[in-house]
Design a protein around this ligand. Structure first.
Ligand code: GLC
Length: 615
């Protein structure tokens, strides 16, 4: 008798997941068996195309599925062109990245995208080509390979909600091809779009109002939730899901470790709803997760879910049916900035108390700045206990961070300020928002000192939380706002470009000059990163809790893991603050080396402390 051939890894993994995957697929796509068969065949084909080196990495990571948990990763988000010109440039600067203590880089959108209509690269016209000015797909593969050799993981955006209007499908749709129009949402007149518009909020009320755009060539309206040149894909069409999944796997096969699912809550549309976070979105994400586990189990999914807190955690799925591996801690980020503006950490204690109550395997990316604006998605129910109401409070925050509020040290700009909605958001670099820019321009040494401390403190908070701290390139050297975007007609209407400036190499060189702002920030941030990596107490399995400091301006939290305890305190107040955590044991201050109890302590404005005790 012929011996049965040993099953390959694909078959084994496919078999394990087939029941659930097929069920979800057929339920969503009305038992379209042909579409399913194509889908299953495509998965095998993409696995067969997966390079051997990546399959080896898959096998290693399958053996150690917790490779991204723990406390070993520290991230940085960067634009290839701003940071180093092109992909080769990034490769040549990996030593700088390592010097920052970073071992996970998120390369901002780099796929082909029309120059003048790209939304920072989030309007992709060809998912298989890199923007020529940044290099080629081979350069990306090479960079991923070099990163892997240096122990750096690479994250890339997968813009799946929409394509550019220049994408091949969109061009064929515009030319009247029904099959391709069916990949988007086309309407002959405004009847249905008007019904959608009556229920669907606007993402860019000022820069791109409405959710539909008129397509002259097709003589129809097309759904465009974001900018008019970003056409929403119709995932109710299985061909769209099949082909976009293939696209994702194509990118995974280039060596990308983390796929950032851009704007994922928006990917399912249904008339009569607000078209956000619908149950079908979770089905699609769950399917993408299974797909990765079958084809490229070394790859992680990072969901970009910028939504109110109760909408975020569901994207982790459940223990049995996980969805995303990682999500952004967006509410905490906004709450940190709120605490800066009100010099009061009570909302932060409340917010982090909720985060700490979540399962420890939920991995959040913690950050203070990213490429996008800061939206004021705070817990207004809680704030109302202190007499703060949503609309006036948002106005206060915006006035504070744009420097309009008397005495404010912050220098940001508004984003999508629609006077009817009173819902403007905020842009600016960490350094400018923390007061470094205003203090430096005023030549006030004392204020510079406080602002630098504040900037370090906010980063220290991000490094204290479980999950993955992510720096925004340039923040490690205190890069300030770049006002030159206003001179570029394409960028001028979008104030997010204020914090998307060129990486300043001269400033970066100053990181090595003692006593400079750049040196203070850079050395503090890399020390935080090193200490975090070296200490088990930062493990995601640690217990974490909020400490009542008896002083609303000072946030306190504790961590405990395997005989090691860390107390961390952050002063959001305007001046030096004393506070009483009431911990009488003796601790070691990890930055000064001093021995101290934590019964009653003092921190300068913008100061923080990490106190450790070993048992
Ligand atoms: C995400 C990106 C943002 C972009 C949007 C549309 O939210 O972070 O920059 O504008 O998606 O693609």
């Amino acid at each position: 008798m012929k011996q049965r051939k040993k099953e390959d890894a694909f078959s084994e993994r496919f078999k394990k997941h087939e029941g659930e995957l097929k069920w979800l697929y057929c339920e969503l796509y009305n038992n379209d068996v042909n579409a399913w068969n194509y889908f299953a065949g495509m998965l095998r084909r993409m696995w067969e195309e997966r390079p051997a080196s990546l399959r080896t990495l898959d096998a290693e990571r399958e053996k150690n599925p917790e490779w991204y948990l723990g406390h070993a990763l520290c991230g940085m988000q960067l634009y290839t062109d701003c940071f180093a010109g092109n992909l080769r440039g990034v490769e040549n600067n990996l030593d700088y990245i390592a010097e920052c203590g970073v071992n996970y880089i998120h390369l901002m959108p780099l796929l082909e995208s029309p120059k003048d209509r790209s939304d920072g690269g989030y309007a992709v016209s060809d998912y298989r080509r890199v923007k020529p000015e940044l290099g080629t797909m081979e350069d990306l593969e090479r960079l991923c390979e070099s990163c892997h050799l240096d122990g750096i993981a690479v994250c890339l955006d997968f813009t799946l909600n929409h394509t550019s209007e220049d994408h091949e499908w969109a061009r064929l749709a515009r030319a009247g091809k029904k099959e391709f129009q069916d990949r988007y949402f086309f309407f002959d007149d405004k009847t249905i779009p008007d019904i959608y518009d009556s229920m669907v909020p606007q993402v860019f009320p000022v820069t791109a109002p409405g959710n539909f755009s008129w397509c002259e060539e097709a003589g129809k309206y097309v759904m465009t939730t974001f900018y008019p040149y970003q056409w929403d894909l119709n995932y109710a069409n299985p061909t769209v899901f099949n082909d976009m999944t293939e696209t994702m796997l194509y990118l995974c096969n280039r060596g990308v470790d983390v796929m950032r699912l851009d704007a994922v809550p928006y990917i399912w549309k249904s008339l009569g709803t607000n078209c956000r976070n619908l149950p079908q979105v979770h089905t699609l994400v769950r399917m993408l997760r299974i797909v990765c586990e079958i084809v490229c189990p070394g790859t992680l999914l990072l969901g970009e879910v910028v939504m109110e807190p109760d909408k975020v955690a569901p994207y982790f799925g459940t223990r049995e049916k996980p969805e995303c591996h990682m999500l952004y801690n967006v509410t905490t980020m906004a709450t940190i900035w709120h605490s800066v503006a009100v010099r009061d950490a009570r909302l932060l204690s409340h917010q982090l108390g909720r985060v700490f109550a979540l399962p420890k395997e939920y991995v959040f990316l913690n950050y203070i700045r990213c490429h996008d604006d800061i939206g004021w998605g705070l817990d207004y129910g809680y704030l109302s206990c202190f007499g703060m109401q949503e609309i006036p409070h948002k106005k206060y925050l915006n006035d504070f961070f744009t420097g309009k509020w008397q005495g404010s040290f912050s220098r940001g700009e508004l984003y999508n300020d629609d006077p009817r909605l009173m819902d403007a958001r905020l842009c600016g670099t960490a350094a400018s928002l923390c007061g470094i820019e205003s203090a430096r321009k005023a030549g006030n040494k004392e204020l510079i000192e406080t602002a630098v401390r504040r900037d370090i403190m906010l980063h220290a908070l991000v490094f204290t939380l479980s999950g993955i701290p992510v720096l925004y390139s340039g923040d490690e050297i205190g890069q300030e706002n770049d006002y030159s975007y206003t001179a570029d007609p394409e960028k001028a209407p979008d104030s997010r470009y204020i914090h998307r400036g060129l990486f300043d190499r001269e400033k970066a060189a100053l990181r090595l000059a003692d006593g400079t702002i750049e040196n203070r920030l850079f050395s503090a941030l890399s020390a935080l990163s090193d200490k975090r990596k070296g200490m088990g107490v930062f493990d995601n399995r640690a217990d974490t809790w909020v400490i009542d400091t008896q002083n609303p301006a000072v946030f306190g939290m504790g961590r405990y893991y395997e005989g090691e305890k860390l107390l961390a305190f952050f002063n959001f107040g305007d001046g030096a603050e004393t506070f009483s955590p009431g911990e009488k044991e003796t601790y070691e201050n990890l930055f000064t080396g001093e021995k101290t109890d934590a019964d009653s302590l003092e921190l300068p404005a913008g100061g923080f402390a990490w106190l450790r005790k070993k048992y």
